[in-house]
Design a protein around this ligand. Structure first.
Ligand code: F0G
Length: 457
């Protein structure tokens, strides 16, 4: 399996410790088997998320010192504005403390009870932000996206026929905006093609529905377009990004992914009136429009990070490192979503542990075992994260796959770290039929995976 050469050298390090097997059992039990509740210094390789966990460059750290902390009109805001306008191309934007703040502001202004918001696959916070406003998020992934094994170069694509049908059935007046997530995250970190984005844009725009891109991992998506879609091989990542953003009316962005920062995000729009509402809500909830929920230094680091995130050498290393882990896991006989996506490996825990029914959460079983085996922290993106009760009949609806995600923080782990994850999984493969299911002993109403408590069956 090819491992890419790193286009950087390491300038600053952080020691990590390994607990004994007995200490790991104690840590997981104390956390009520919810991996989110395990203190980070009890984790050896942390693949819970690629969000905010990347290593910043020396130029970003220099930006942290140079940040302008003025309340109004900080130079760091104008630096960020220059990059956002150049790469994303929308007329207006406000910084927010992270992506979900942008989602919260957008859905809070536009979503009314009974509204529908379509996407290829909404992420959990996006879904929840629509639901708390009384709206209904609808996922319209293209056919094949609910099967782990099926190969498709753009498995994040939206089903355009289903989108047309949904608009016809719902009525465009009940769809305050439409979305697409690039790359799709909840469906496997899979890219969306330019052709599909063009089709989505045409449909939304012909119906007068504002089109928003959930842009967290837009640079990785642009890299896949360059690699896989005819006509883009010679275009720069920035040119490709500008092209797809020109198809939309706005974007929500978490800078914690392709912005290569530990905190930060923004909300960008073209519509002047909507922007005025956004700015008013921002002032109420996040902060003055030239800092949003951020310190000046955070905006400075994000401006620099957005530039670095577009670098093709970096993106090649990034995507190949992810492929190394994914292909090696597949070679061990672990069912992973194919093709390997951008920021994470998605293990089909339902297929890996067929003796554990979805009601007993095979994903939680695998996440627990990986931690107990090797101190590796992954996350369940299956029925705990995404099953919900039908508001009409109270029945539980389960997602198409019981996934476990191993997300790769950017510029953080070496090959030896990934090989440790592989060795841990290899041991689990040998005894997988002995793994048991779990039950939920307590859960909140929304976003239950973050704080639910579990017990082994
Ligand atoms: N949209 C997508 C596709 C995401 O993956 C996330 C976050 C958000 C929006 C929200 O951004 O965290 O800055 O508020 N995803 C993280 C993850 C948490 O682990 O995938 P945020």
């Amino acid at each position: 399996m090819e491992y890419p050469e790193e286009p950087f050298r390491i300038k600053s390090v952080q020691p990590i410790q390994r607990l004994t097997a007995a200490e790991r059992i104690s840590a997981l039990t104390k956390a009520d088997y919810n991996i989110f509740m395990v203190p980070a210094d009890n984790v050896y390789i942390d693949m819970l998320t690629d969000s905010g966990t990347g290593a910043m460059s020396s130029a970003q750290w220099a930006g942290i010192m140079n940040g302008d902390e003025s309340y109004a009109g900080a130079t760091s805001f104008y630096r960020l504005k220059e990059v956002v306008e150049r790469v994303f191309g929308f007329e207006h934007f406000v910084p927010t403390h992270q992506g979900r703040a942008a989602e919260h502001i957008l859905s809070g202004i536009l979503v009314k009870p009974g509204n529908v918001v379509p996407s290829n696959t909404h992420f959990d916070t996006t879904e929840a932000n629509i639901r708390v406003c009384g709206g209904r998020p609808v996922n319209l992934g293209a056919s094949g996206t609910s099967s782990a094994a099926q190969q498709h170069p753009f498995k994040g694509n939206m089903d355009l026929a289903a989108l047309r049908r949904l608009i016809e059935e719902t009525g465009a007046e009940n769809i305050p905006y439409g979305m697409v997530t690039i790359t799709d995250n909840a469906g496997g970190g899979q890219p969306v093609s330019m052709e599909n984005l063009r089709g989505i844009s045409e449909i939304y725009r012909s119906q007068g529905i504002p089109f928003f891109i959930d842009a967290c991992r837009y640079a990785e998506n642009a890299y896949f377009i360059k690699q896989r879609e005819a006509g883009y091989a010679d275009k720069s990542i920035e040119t490709i990004a500008r092209e797809f953003f020109s198809l939309a009316d706005g974007a929500t962005m978490s800078g914690k992914k392709d912005g290569l920062v530990n905190i930060g995000g923004f909300l960008a729009v073209n519509d002047r009136e909507l922007f005025t509402d956004i700015r008013n809500t921002l002032i109420l909830k996040e902060g003055f429009p030239t800092y949003g929920g951020l310190a000046g230094r955070d905006m400075e680091a994000m401006a620099q990070g957005l530039e670095e995130g577009l670098d093709e050498n970096y993106l090649e290393y990034r995507i190949k490192q992810t492929a190394y882990l994914g292909e090696s896991l597949a070679a061990l006989g672990v069912p992973v979503v194919k093709p390997i996506g951008g920021h994470a490996i998605y293990i089909d825990a339902g297929a890996f542990l067929p003796h554990i029914p979805v009601e007993e959460f095979p994903g939680i079983s695998l996440v627990s075992e990986l931690y107990l085996e090797g101190g590796v922290r992954g996350v369940e993106l299956g029925s705990v994260a995404f099953a919900h009760q039908d508001p009409d009949n109270g029945q539980w609806r389960h997602p198409p796959m019981e996934l476990v995600r191993l997300a790769i923080p950017r510029r953080v782990y070496t090959r030896a770290h990934l090989d440790h994850v592989l060795a841990s999984m290899e041991n689990i493969v040998e005894r997988k039929s002995t793994l048991r299911g779990y039950k939920i002993t307590w859960a909140p109403e929304h976003l239950r995976h973050f704080t639910a408590r579990f017990a082994p069956l």
